[in-house]
Design a protein around this ligand. Structure first.
Ligand code: SF4
Length: 431
């Protein structure tokens, strides 16, 4: 176990060395390449990075939503739940460590049974996630039914059987296309709509997705995700498609629900304002790797990695409104295995790249909190102009010429606004 992860306590989820590959005609894509992270119970953990950095694939790997040609090829995903560990201990002793279970060492069918009841997910785009031909209430009620069916499954670890009968389970199994919603499930759906702040939930339950506004539909999706009372809610860019006012309402809602239910949230976002507002811990992701992680203060105030510095530097500054934004030059690299090379993956965009960056850096602990770690040589080596790579070293890239002023030595202690941006100022990516 990485030392920085070993220092954490009461972690509900610990991911070690996770690798997810996609085997395409062009070659092997290393979408997730050795990710380590640990999430404490009741915390909100944010994974932040540009599009294409591997954030969503990481989340989907954890919740077991990787489809062919994708495959989790290595790693461990330790989920802490005493009841679940006891339930599978006899059949899969190698997957157990006291009250933790390595989800990658149990069969996929059992892993899938955790979806909804233990892990749940809010997707980016509620408009395309709901079936337009079925009322919202019925779709949420179906989610309630599915969770109850999972609970009625002898392999399931949760004993929930409210009003659920073997007849309805058999019917649902034989007639997959037949929708069955008990009155109890419908009532629960209405309760959930009310919980997420949908006005007139009884009437709204009978409306179709197109009759909901974007914000209301996102609330409905959160209601659907809560149907199984999950321990961990994975929220993949939950506010991307919303205007800033509704974004703030949805974030408030997630905060309230977390306080009310005690659930843990894994938040995927490119929005540093959302991270600053919501998260206890943060992992900055680039090219399939977590390149810096730690507490919110570690990453926002004591960052080491030039990519973290670049992300923070690209946030609009209300104080300096009118100035040009500072984008990170270049683009995220190809994740094709044969094109990635054995160097720091950020080197061709990094203003501080040196000769020793041509070897892929390991993860270093830092002088920040116990779990502050960074995959960059600057954690243990001062930037040395003498050893800098020539600006034209990487042919065909936009590597910034002569701008070395990004990094831990260049932090502006007074620039609080830039490091703690309000969510409303960071509605998009600046690439
Ligand atoms: S300083 Fe070197 S190791 Fe650190 S991000 Fe830049 S290129 Fe990578």
């Amino acid at each position: 176990m990485p030392e920085v992860l070993a220092n954490m306590t009461d972690e509900i989820l610990r991911v070690e060395g996770l690798k997810t590959r996609f085997f395409t005609d062009e070659g092997q894509v290393n979408a997730v390449d050795g990710v380590d992270l640990a999430i404490e119970r009741g915390d909100t953990y944010g994974i932040v990075g540009e599009s294409g950095s591997g954030k969503s694939v990481t989340a989907r790997s954890i919740i077991d939503l990787i489809d062919s040609p994708g495959e989790i090829t290595d790693g461990e995903i330790w989920y802490r739940n005493r009841e679940f560990a006891d339930a599978v201990a006899d059949d899969y002793p190698d997957a157990i460590d006291d009250d933790q279970v390595d989800l990658l060492r149990i069969p996929p069918s059992i892993r899938r049974s955790l979806r909804g009841t233990h892990f749940s997910m809010i997707f980016q785009d509620p408009q395309s996630s709901f079936n337009p031909s079925i009322t919202v209430g019925e779709q949420i009620a179906e989610a309630v039914e599915v969770q109850q069916r999972a609970s009625a499954n002898p392999r399931s670890t949760r004993a929930r059987s409210q009003n659920y009968t073997l007849t309805s389970m058999a019917l649902g199994t034989v007639l997959q296309s037949k929708r069955y919603v008990t009155s109890a499930s419908r009532e629960r759906a209405i309760e959930l709509l009310e919980l997420v702040g949908i006005p007139d939930p009884v009437e709204r339950a009978d409306e179709y997705p197109h009759e909901y506004s974007g914000g209301m539909l996102q609330r409905a999706m959160i209601a659907q995700a809560l149907a199984g009372e999950p321990d961990i809610l994975v929220a993949d860019e939950p506010t991307t498609a919303l205007d800033v006012t509704i974004q703030a309402q949805i974030l408030d809602l997630l905060d309230d629900l977390k306080a009310e239910t005690g659930m843990t949230i894994l938040l995927i976002t490119h929005n540093l304002g959302v991270v600053a507002r919501m998260c206890d811990r943060v992992g900055v992701m680039y090219a399939g790797e977590i390149v810096e992680r730690g507490t919110l203060e570690d990453v926002f105030d004591d960052y080491v990695h030039p990519y973290t510095a670049g992300l923070l530097g690209s946030v609009p500054d209300l104080e300096g409104a009118g100035g040009r934004l500072q984008p990170i030059s270049g683009n995220v690299p190809s994740l094709l295995d044969h094109e990635m090379g054995d160097r720091c993956h950020f080197a061709d965009r990094c203003p501080k790249a040196m000769e020793n960056c041509l070897n892929h850096p390991p993860e270093y602990p830092t002088s920040g909190s116990d779990d502050h770690a960074v995959r960059c040589v600057l954690a243990e080596t001062e930037y040395d102009d003498e050893k800098a790579l020539p600006d034209d070293y990487f042919v065909g890239t936009d590597r910034p010429a002569g701008d070395k002023h990004v990094g831990p030595d260049d932090r502006d202690e007074d620039d609080e606004e830039r490091r703690h941006p309000p969510a409303e100022t960071t509605g998009g990516e600046h690439q």
